[in-house]
Design a protein around this ligand. Structure first.
Ligand code: NCD
Ligand code: ZN
Length: 345
């Protein structure tokens, strides 16, 4: 890889990227979301905030089959499964999810985001689940926002409860999802080896000014909310540091265009179609293409103790206009020009 910069028409290869956080949804549009994902990623971890949620062997297995059924013949794409941690779950329920092949359990604080009204109110409320996960060596994936705090402070306000959780469960591997603030970056960087984090493309690319500095752009509205330039810089700097604790999770979360463009628009950025080309453009501009293979294709697999993906993905420096709508959704970077394209596989 040339780390200085590329000319129009030049290309390079990455080991097939992983995405450790995606929402594939359900129903009619799901197949196109999955196919779109498989064009960019070799493997992706499917979030369990479906309706009804993924909470037992049958729901996990049938969701995995639906994902795989959407793939084109011969696709090597792999779906990593998760279950949703709910109050009242016991050790047996966790063992059943483990037997269905999950790699992680997802903790959504009650009311923190889309379809999280049924989540626990504290870690204490699901202590039996956490003990079982620690014993089974399942990763705890966390939406780290305290819903009772003010929007902008929710991630920071969540950190003290995470700190005591880590002390109570020193062997439990934990991923703090979609980091958005400088405080969370320092917390994870200073935490034990058992603590890692995912970072999205949109939190690396945008700030609050992009979302609402001019007219409101509901398509950049997500949980946790995109923050300031200082926060964005802290995220970029920690990725540039090459720390193995931080890896890519797109949090691609499509909501139909009509739903996003009316009052009470839900959070979620549909980044799957543009995340990789947009990240390559950003990292090229920053002169740091060298850190991309670790961030996209190695550190997450190592944290989850999974084999690295096989295969490669070629990116070409060929500009394209991102359409206003893809799969019925307005994608990240819609109506803008991205300098890099994916070479079709
Ligand atoms: C996600 C969704 O829509 O499912 N929304 C979001 O704003 N990121 C849920 C989540 O990960 O918070
Ligand atoms: Zn998410």
């Amino acid at each position: 890889m040339n780390t200085v910069g590329y000319l129009e028409g030049e290309s390079f290869e990455l080991p097939m990227p992983d995405d450790f956080h995606v929402h594939f949804r359900q129903g009619g549009a799901m197949a196109s979301y999955v196919q779109r994902h498989a064009a960019s990623f070799g493997r992706a971890m499917a979030m369990p905030n479906t309706l009804p949620p993924l909470i037992d062997g049958p729901s996990i297995e049938s969701y995995r089959s639906e994902i795989l059924a959407a793939l084109p013949r011969g696709s090597g794409f792999q779906a990593l499964m998760t279950f949703k941690i709910l109050p009242g779950m016991d050790k047996k329920a966790v063992q059943a999810c483990a037997a269905a092949g999950v790699v992680a359990g997802k903790y959504y604080p009650s009311g923190a985001t889309t379809h999280a009204g049924d989540g626990p109110r504290s870690f204490r409320q699901v202590e039996e689940v956490l003990e079982a996960m620690e014993a089974l060596d399942l990763v705890l994936s966390i939406h780290g926002e305290a819903p009772q705090a003010s929007t902008f402070d929710r991630e920071k306000a969540f950190l003290p409860s995470l700190e005591s959780l880590i002390l109570r469960h020193p062997r439990l591997r934990i991923v703090l999802e979609h980091l958005s603030s400088a405080e969370a970056v320092s917390f994870v960087a200073g935490g034990p080896e058992t603590l890692g984090a995912t970072i999205t493309a949109h939190h690396l690319l945008f700030t609050l000014d992009d979302m609402m500095g001019g007219n409101l752009d509901p398509h950049l509205f997500c949980k946790p909310v995109i923050k300031t330039e200082k926060d964005r810089r802290a995220l970029l700097d920690v990725v540039f540091s090459g720390s193995r604790k931080f890896f890519f999770g797109s949090d691609s979360a499509p909501h139909e265009r009509a739903v996003k463009e009316k009052a009470k628009a839900p959070g979620g950025v549909y980044s799957a179609p543009t995340a990789l080309p947009a990240l390559v453009s950003l990292f090229e501009k920053e002169g740091r293409l060298d850190v991309l293979p670790g961030f996209l294709s190695a550190f997450g697999a190592d944290f989850y103790r999974l084999p690295r993906t096989s295969g490669r993905l070629r990116l070409v420096k060929k500009a394209w206009e991102v359409p206003q709508e893809m799969d019925g959704v307005v994608p990240m970077c819609a109506n803008t020009r991205i300098l890099w394209s994916l070479e079709p596989q």
